[in-house]
Design a protein around this ligand. Structure first.
Ligand code: ATP
Ligand code: MG
Length: 254
């Protein structure tokens, strides 16, 4: 049986969610070497960047399938959405040697509670049980909670940077998760892109707002360099300062 552990990476825009999600996959796989661990990477941002960070390409998204199924169901109400979607989702999951990638694409609207969407969400929930870890690279902000993408997760990594806005987004995420009674078992605040010497200040600032920073990933010039040159983040050297920070997170959540 697989672990079925779900880890969502959330936070303000541009804080480093995608970079952390991508490299977290590599670090978990390295730490679990020889243990037959299976990971599902989910790009839940409509502006999909995770495939690039992983050095992968994709053709279709879950959103594409949903749109066409909604149209088909409109034409033929007897259509069996469950079996149709199950068949089609398997075909769009991109497979790497040690992990799979699912790109969600265009999200359903917050008020979209039609039966088709319900069935699709259930199938994706079930899918995560076939993996030891599912890493969800979320869109920026809070919508993923109200859309239910991240309602039932084991760990939500909330990524902050050196901006007050990122602290405010972290606070809102916490509040909304409570308000909607989301089943987020653990919320872990991660400060990313922190210049040397600013660590204590970040911890203190966050504390003023009631937030505990549990891990700090330093500013690492290699990440913007890789991003700029289009080199996948998963190819960062093992001793890069950012990678060492992400490895500590992997250890803490495995
Ligand atoms: N530890 C780091 N050190 C230096 N730069 C970083 C670090 N982490 C991320 N970056 C840079 O910050 C920018 C945003 O990173 P990334 O795209 O991973 O953030 P994001 O939170 O996924 O953004 P979005 O909200 O747009 O999806 C990129 O230019 C990336 O190169
Ligand atoms: Mg991103």
């Amino acid at each position: 049986m697989r672990k079925g552990k779900i880890i969502a990476v959330a936070g303000k825009g541009g804080t480093g969610k995608t970079a952390i999600s991508a490299r977290l996959i590599t670090e978990i796989l390295k730490l679990a070497a020889g243990q037959d661990v299976c990971i599902l990477a989910v790009d839940a941002d409509a502006d999909s960047n995770l495939p690039e960070a992983l050095g992968m390409s994709y053709n279709k998204t879950a959103g594409d399938i949903r749109e066409s199924l909604l149209e088909d169901k409109h034409r033929d109400v007897t259509l069996d959405v469950r079996s149709q979607f199950e068949g089609k989702i398997a075909a769009i999951i991109e497979e790497e040697e040690q992990y799979d990638l699912l790109v969600m694409g265009r999200p359903e609207g917050p008020g979209c509670y039609c039966p088709v969407n319900h069935i699709i969400r259930m199938i994706i929930d079930t899918l995560t049980k076939n993996y030891d870890y599912t890493i969800i690279d979320c869109e920026a902000g809070l919508e993923h909670l109200s859309r239910r993408t991240t309602r039932d997760v084991d760990v939500m990594l909330v990524v902050l940077d050196t901006t007050l806005k990122s602290i405010k987004t972290a606070l809102r995420l916490r509040r909304i998760a409570e308000e909607i009674d989301a089943d987020v078992k653990q919320m872990m605040n991660i400060a990313n892109k922190i210049p040397e010497g600013m660590e204590a200040m970040i911890i203190e600032e966050a504390k003023k707002y009631g937030l505990t920073i549990e891990e700090i990933i330093p500013f690492d010039p290699l990440i913007p360099e890789y991003d700029f040159k289009g080199v996948p983040i998963v190819d960062l050297p093992d001793d890069a300062p950012s990678v060492i920070g992400i490895r500590r997170i992997a250890r803490a959540i495995m």
